[in-house]
Design a protein around this ligand. Structure first.
Ligand code: MN
Length: 198
């Protein structure tokens, strides 16, 4: 049985950038539904006792396992998304190592901000925009639907959920505004630095 991991903050902790209403639906309904669907799909199968990552790897690219893959990967991606964010009023500072890596890969933080926003906006339809470590360099990656970065031979550091359910109540069609609000106010750079080192 998979369970819904606890959120690392309160439902109102990301306001005004992500409203309590959006967060309670996104976590309590969407994320919960992926967990519930996954449990129903793997009940009584050989996948039941595997880890989430093992299920994702074993079902990736297999059309007859698409439902299991989609729900497992969405559980994983949402867990990673919540960890990628930190409360509005928390201190957010890039480590010297992260700062240097950003400058090396993108030229400046300002360029990174623009490119990460463009990555989020240019994902056609539902998906995810990732900051990843590719070898020892930073890079951006967009994935469609439930697809997840670790299947692409890179290490995910941070992710932005660009499914409409992530922003529609607060931003309607303005995905760029949502992405910039997260980049400017909510990204958890301590989490990124931890992933970067490991
Ligand atoms: Mn979502």
């Amino acid at each position: 049985m998979f369970t819904l991991n606890a959120l690392p903050f309160e439902n109102q902790a990301l306001e005004p950038h992500i409203s309590e209403k959006t967060l309670s639906f996104h976590y309590g309904k969407h994320h919960q539904a992926y967990v519930d669907n996954l449990n129903k799909l793997v009940a009584g199968t050989e996948s039941e006792n595997l880890s989430l990552a093992e299920i994702i790897r074993q079902t990736a690219g297999q059309p007859d396992k698409a439902a299991i893959f989609n729900n497992a990967a969405q559980v994983h991606n949402h867990d990673f998304f919540w960890q990628s964010l930190a409360p509005t009023n928390s201190k957010k500072e890039l480590s010297p190592e992260m700062s240097q890596a950003i400058n090396e890969a993108f030229g400046s933080f300002e360029n990174f901000r623009e490119e990460f926003k463009n990555c989020a906006v240019s994902q056609f339809g539902s998906g995810w925009a990732w900051l990843v470590k590719d070898g020892d360099k930073l890079a951006l990656l967009k994935t469609a639907n439930a697809d997840t970065a670790f299947l692409h031979g890179v290490k995910p550091l941070l992710v932005i959920d660009v499914w409409e359910h992530a922003y529609y109540l607060d931003y309607q069609n303005r995905r760029a505004d949502f992405a910039l609000a997260l980049i400017d106010n909510l990204l958890n750079w301590d989490f990124a630095a931890l992933n970067f080192q490991n």
